[in-house]
Design a protein around this ligand. Structure first.
Ligand SMILES: [Fe+2]
Ligand SMILES: [Fe+2]
Length: 178
């Protein structure tokens, strides 16, 4: 297996969730009502799974190791774009959290913003994923030896193992401080 194998499998779940989110915005537009709980779940998915778990393994392991290599200009360019795109996604999710909170507090006019933010994310992610899957992940594997790839796979597994503890330790800490 290649270290990008698990990342490509994770892309499939992200795509599935985005489809579900798109279905939800169609429903919001029809019923003129936001399900605040659904948006909370979608935000948790994007923040914990797509960003912390998935982008985390991309940036903290794969990209970190690629930065140690002498990259072809095209690969360096794509990697910088991918990092910028992760930053963009984080910003959009932050806006979604804020809009959802205001909606929950009674600002019903925030529904339109919620719809357009989700539509934006649903448009952004497949392009980002395609760029990684089709034009980056496989070609950049050539920079690594088998041993280096195996070390990245092991580190990715350890990264995943720690996440569940990190998530719930933070949740208890936040609740304890309230
Ligand atoms: Fe990415
Ligand atoms: Fe990705």
């Amino acid at each position: 297996m290649m270290p990008v194998g698990p990342l490509m499998i994770e892309h499939r779940l992200i795509e599935k969730m985005l489809k579900r989110m798109q279905k939800e915005v169609d429903r919001i537009e029809k019923d003129k009502k936001v399900d605040v709980r659904f948006i909370d779940l979608a935000v948790d998915f994007i923040r914990t799974y797509a960003d912390r778990c998935h982008h985390g393994k991309e940036e903290d392991i794969l990209f970190r190791e690629l930065k140690k290599k002498k990259l072809a200009p095209e690969h360096e360019k794509i990697m910088n774009e991918l990092v910028q795109e992760h930053v963009f996604a984080r910003g959009e999710v932050k806006k979604l959290v804020a809009a959802n909170e205001l909606y929950a507090q009674g600002q019903k006019e925030k529904a339109g913003e919620i719809v357009s933010l989700i539509r934006g994310l649903a448009e952004f992610y497949p392009k980002h994923i395609k760029k990684e899957d089709k034009g980056f992940f496989i070609p950049v594997m050539d920079y690594f030896s088998r041993a280096e790839q195996d070390a990245m796979i092991a580190e990715g597994n350890e990264f995943d193992r720690k996440l569940i503890h990190e998530k719930y330790q933070k949740m208890v800490k936040d609740l304890s401080e309230q």
